[in-house]
Every structure is written in C-alpha cells, then in structure tokens.
Design a protein around this ligand. Structure first.
Ligand SMILES: [Zn+2]
Length: 423
C-alpha cells in the first residue's frame, strides 16, 4: 500500500518572498533549502514539472520541428547534428536537449534570416502552449539589445524578491513590457518644445561640470539639457581605437549594449568602454564636463539618442572649459546620426499615450541567435564556444554551410513557480 508524500501546511516557509514557492510549499508540493537556495520538489511538484516539460517539448516539436534528445551537453548535440545533417538536413539541425529542469534549445540555420525564423517559431510555440497551461498565461518574450545578435527573454510579471526576478518596466496603459536594454525608440517630451527657437549663445558657467550643477546655476529643468557621454571603441583589425561622443537628454542614460550594437553595425567597432581621463584630453581636448555636439574634433564618431531628435533651446557643453551654449536646436545648430541608445527607465512615454513604471519580472527562459548563444542563458554553461564550429556537409553540389547558431533555455522550474503563484 502506498500513499503520496504531500506535507501540506498552513505556514509559509521562513525567509521566502516568492509567492509561487510559498503556495507550492503550503500545498506540500515543494520545499525550500534556504542554505543552498535550492527548490526541492516533492512528488506533486515533480509531477507538475514533468508535465510542463512534456507539454513544452511537444509544442516545440509540433510548432518548430525541434527534435527532443538526451545528450547532456552542447558538444554532444553538435556531434549529433554533424553526424546526421548530410542525410537528414533540417530534421538534424534543431534540438531540445533534456537538462534536468531546463529544456536546452540548440540548432543551426543556413543564415541569420533562417535563425530569426526559427526563433520566431520557437517563441510562438512556447507562448502558445503557456497560454493553455493554467497559471502560465501572461508571459511575454521581450527583446534585449546585445552587441552582436538578438536576444529574447521569457518574462512573467511578478513580485519583487521572487526567484529569477529582474527589474523591468511595464506600460501602465497598454501593458507593454520592456527591459532596460530593450530596443524602444521613444519620442521624449521636452518642456518648452513649442516655444520659438532662441539664438544660440555661448555663456560662462564656471564649475558647472555636472548636469546637477548646471541646472542649479541656470535654474533650468534637466530635460532642457543634453549631456555628452564619451567612449572609446576598438577596431579589432588594427587594434586601433576611435573616440565616440554620444548625446542624450540630461536625465536619461546610455545603454552600453544598444550603443555597442550600433557601433558594431555601423562602424565595425566592438569592445566599447568609457573614455579614460587621458584619452578624453587626447581625443577631445580639456573639455571634461563641458563637451557638446557643436565643434567636435575631426575623427570623433558622433551619435545622438532618439531623445535628441526633437530637442529645442537646450543647454549643451561648449567644448571649452567653463562654458556652455544655450538655445541649441537639433537640426538647426547640429545634426548627427540618431539611434535608439537610451536605457529604458521609469516614466518614459509609450506610443499608446501611457508611460512606463518599474516592475519585477521573472525570467523563465532566454533565446538568442547570431553569435555564441551561451553566455547569458540562465544556468546553462558550456566550455566550448559553438559559434566557432560551423555545421556543414558536402555533396556533389558543393559545400552546404549552416552558419547561424541559435539557442537558449526554458526553465520548467521557473514556470512551475508561476503556476504555483496563480493557484
Ligand atoms: Zn502603452
């Protein structure tokens, strides 16, 4: 005679903030090892976790043609693909590998367009199946800028302190979710944008080498300033470096990931970092705190965030220590390349008319393509970077290459916590 261990309790486990874990523990389906941070699944939780895994794996096979295998590591999955790609082609290039509570997704496409198509199929399959699992509703895949590819996170809105929670933003009106580095080109609303254009004037601002001091000296709103952020990007071919001056509204911050991606695409640069004091002097002159978009030296790459596009009558550095320019209008006084390079933040406007507020979101998976897809994947780590291994085969027509690697991971543990949370 056997009976399932299901130690239900009215008490929440000590020191646990995760609503999903609390509910699973109360139901006798999971316990928490506070020392190691491990989620211990009792029979009920283990059963639910297996069900989630089965459902997602079936959906990924049906919707995206991913073959479910059990290889244990990425190198072994690659060796399967290598072995069978010539005879079986597409059927041998897309896999889900069973890794305990994670579904490891890994595959190869002929080019980036193929990798994007596969990633879309995978996202649709996962989202569609989650909608059908009670408690799995409300997830979204949110893109995050990375320097050399595309990356998507599977997110659920959750309480702060939940397992796997990370900071994000949600539009209060339409519910659109964003991460800090998500591509999102918003139009900033600058006070005084409808005022007539003023004359551009150079004024003395002694000691105003910070935005805060500048605003206090001139009695202006931070949204009427543009700030310069100065970087150095390196060009791998010649190991040379190039100065980069980026401009953004004074109260916003630059996303290094978005800027890196733009510099890589537009100028073939990577390895961007903030300019050091000596480099500032060498490239820009003695203008620390007073750098502005008008009259920059030759050879500097200039990029403005989209928040600069509609700027009018702003205060900018004069490229001269102790001086700023007032009445600066984009389009009339300077122009430069414009791109979305801002970190998303609380209060930014949404095209729907609403604005974004800070929230926590539980990350239950990541998908990436276009480069080595391993580094930021939840717990999945690998010793061999697979992006160096091109999958290819030869036949009478020549060599067939699968150059674009894609992959990611879906955590059934995090989805189980969401399902527990909805109980
Ligand atoms: Zn909205």
């Amino acid at each position: 005679m056997s009976a399932t261990l299901k130690p239900q309790t009215a008490n929440a486990p000590a020191k646990v903030k995760d609503a999903g874990l609390i509910s699973l523990a109360k139901d006798g389906d999971a316990a928490y090892n506070a020392k190691s941070g491990e989620l211990l699944l009792l029979p009920g939780g283990a059963q639910s976790q297996r069900e989630i895994k089965e459902r997602l794996a079936s959906a990924l096979f049906e919707g995206a043609g991913l073959q479910r295998v059990d290889c244990g590591n990425d190198e072994a999955v690659f060796s399967l693909a290598e072995r069978y790609v010539r005879e079986w082609q597409d059927r041998a290039t897309a896999y889900i590998d069973d890794r305990g509570r994670d579904l490891r997704i890994l595959g190869w496409s002929k080019d980036t367009a193929g990798a994007w198509q596969k990633t879309e199929e995978i996202m649709a399959a996962v989202s569609g199946e989650l909608e059908r699992i009670p408690g799995g509703e409300g997830s979204s895949f949110v893109e995050e800028a990375v320097p050399d590819g595309r990356s998507f996170s599977l997110l659920f809105p959750c309480e702060t302190g939940s397992i796997g929670a990370r900071p994000g933003f949600v539009c209060k009106s339409c519910g659109k979710p964003l991460l800090a580095d998500s591509p999102f080109s918003f139009r900033s609303v600058q006070p005084g944008r409808d005022d007539p254009p003023e004359d551009l004037k150079k004024i003395e601002t002694p000691g105003a080498n910070t935005i805060a001091e500048l605003c206090s000296q001139l009695g202006i709103d931070v949204r009427q300033t543009l700030k310069a952020m100065l970087y150095v990007g390196s060009d791998g071919e010649t190991a040379g470096s190039r100065p980069v001056a980026s401009f953004i509204r004074g109260d916003y911050n630059i996303s290094m990931n978005k800027l890196s991606r733009w510099l890589r695409e537009k100028h073939g640069l990577y390895g961007i970092r903030p300019a050091e004091k000596q480099e500032l002097a060498e490239f820009f002159g003695e203008v620390a705190g007073y750098c502005g978009p008008i009259g920059l030296p030759e050879g500097v790459i200039v990029i403005c965030d989209s928040s600069v596009r509609d700027s009018k009558n702003t205060v900018v550095g004069a490229n001269c220590p102790g001086y700023h320019r007032v009445g600066c209008c984009y389009g009339r006084d300077f122009t430069a390349d414009i791109a979305d390079i801002a970190l998303n933040s609380q209060g930014i406007p949404c095209p729907c008319g609403g604005s974004f507020e800070a929230v926590s979101m539980r990350e239950a998976g990541t998908l990436r393509f276009g480069f080595d897809p391993h580094h930021a994947s939840l717990e999945i780590k690998t010793t061999t970077p697979l992006h160096d291994k091109k999958l290819s085969y030869q036949d009478r027509e020549g060599t067939h290459e699968y150059q674009a690697v894609w992959g990611g991971v879906i955590s059934t543990e995090r989805i189980l916590l969401e399902i527990g949370r909805a109980r």
